[in-house]
Design a protein. Structure first.
Length: 223
């Protein structure tokens, strides 16, 4: 499961990368995003304009298996996910995500920050739900779509977010595509040889720890 990610791009970079027409809420310089926290997503508004809006990470109920991550293979099989897949797709701007790996003789698994060196800003496939609470305020929550990882990384990081390429971003945010058959080809894991994983502080496991140190490479303790 992916339970942490980072976003260090400027708002202007996100707007340019995803061709956003309207920025309503923009969050950036996040070094340790955890479930239930509010972040920026790129989505279509009711006029089908590409918009940057804020959303809670994790569908309700928060403890459900599909709340934080959703397996790309089950999207069309579960009615509540299939409903969102038709019209409520989003892209999550992301700079990197976190996993953990047993390194050397360390007693506890070491937190790892995983990036794609050729892409400073990633577009992760997601779906969201939206409703109004008892006060009449619009509430939004999303889940990140994941796939099984490949190669050597799969030994210690079994799942990775679905990272969309340029065509994938365009199709994923195209409101005219409502059938899963037109999207399936984009929901494959990126080859992990294109990624780089490096050790970072285990303090990222603390939801309240938010610092550039979260993504700073360290030398693990082999003692």
């Amino acid at each position: 499961m992916i339970e942490r990610f980072s976003l260090t791009a400027d708002i202007s970079d996100i707007v340019d990368r995803f061709q956003v027409g309207n920025v309503i809420k923009g969050h950036t310089n996040r070094f340790n995003v955890a479930p239930t926290q509010t972040v920026s997503i790129v989505m279509n508004d009711r006029f089908d304009q590409r918009t940057m809006q804020e959303s809670r990470w994790g569908l309700f109920p928060f403890w459900a298996k599909d709340a934080v991550n959703a397996d790309h293979k089950t999207l069309s099989e579960k009615p509540f996910l299939a409903r969102m897949l038709r019209r409520q797709r989003c892209v999550l701007p992301c700079s990197g995500f976190f996993g953990q790996k047993q390194v050397g003789k360390e007693r506890d698994p070491r937190a790892m920050h995983i990036v794609v060196p050729s892409q400073q800003l990633l577009g992760i496939a997601g779906i969201y739900d939206c409703w109004r609470n008892v006060s009449g305020k619009e509430v939004r929550a999303f889940t990140m779509i994941t796939a099984a990882s490949t190669g050597a990384m799969s030994v210690w990081q079994p799942r990775v977010p679905v990272i969309l390429d340029e065509e994938g971003i365009e199709d994923w945010l195209n409101p005219r595509i409502t059938e899963f058959s037109g999207l399936r080809k984009h929901l494959e894991a990126m080859d992990t040889y294109l990624m780089r994983a490096y050790p970072v502080t285990n303090a990222v496991h603390d939801d309240l720890f938010e610092s550039p140190d979260c993504i700073r490479e360290i030398r693990p303790d082999f003692a």
